[in-house]
Design a protein around this ligand. Structure first.
Ligand code: THU
Length: 131
């Protein structure tokens, strides 16, 4: 996996964010186990609730194309600080990427790597329903 390339693609995707209400742009780039890359940006709504985060946009694109296994996902926000996935996105990453690497980046040079377990310990997932 090329971490810097994935961050660069997420930075590009961030430009397409539709954020008239928060003005907080987020970009994501998802690398699937099949080797394909899916991008995502946050898309807001005047009625607020339908807003979708960049991470879930990318995951929805991957899953709807039949790609259900996340190898890695890079996330970039537009603030000085690192932008971490919200709780809902962590749970959705859990569904399709129990062993995924989560790249939290400000730039190609400044990033941190996490496992899903770092961000969502003691998680509940598909296997729990099989017991
Ligand atoms: N947002 C994301 O896209 N991803 C995150 O990980 C955190 C929050 C978006 C949702 C909303 O459009 C804006 O950031 C402010 O919450």
């Amino acid at each position: 996996m090329n971490v810097k390339e994935l961050i660069n693609i997420a930075l590009d995707a961030r430009e397409r964010a539709y954020v008239p209400y928060s003005n907080f742009k987020v970009g994501a780039a998802l690398l699937s186990k099949s080797g394909k890359i899916y991008t995502g940006c946050n898309i807001e709504s005047a009625s607020f609730t339908p807003t979708i985060c960049a991470e879930r946009t990318a995951i929805s694109k991957a899953v709807s194309e039949g790609d259900r296994d996340i190898e890695a996902i890079a996330v970039v926000g537009n603030m000085e600080d690192f932008t971490y996935p919200c709780g809902v996105c962590r749970q959705v990453i859990r569904e399709f990427g129990k062993n995924a690497t989560i790249i939290i980046a400000k730039s190609e040079e400044e990033y941190k790597l996490y496992s899903l377990d770092d961000l969502l310990p003691y998680s509940f997932g598909p296997e729990d329903l099989d017991k």
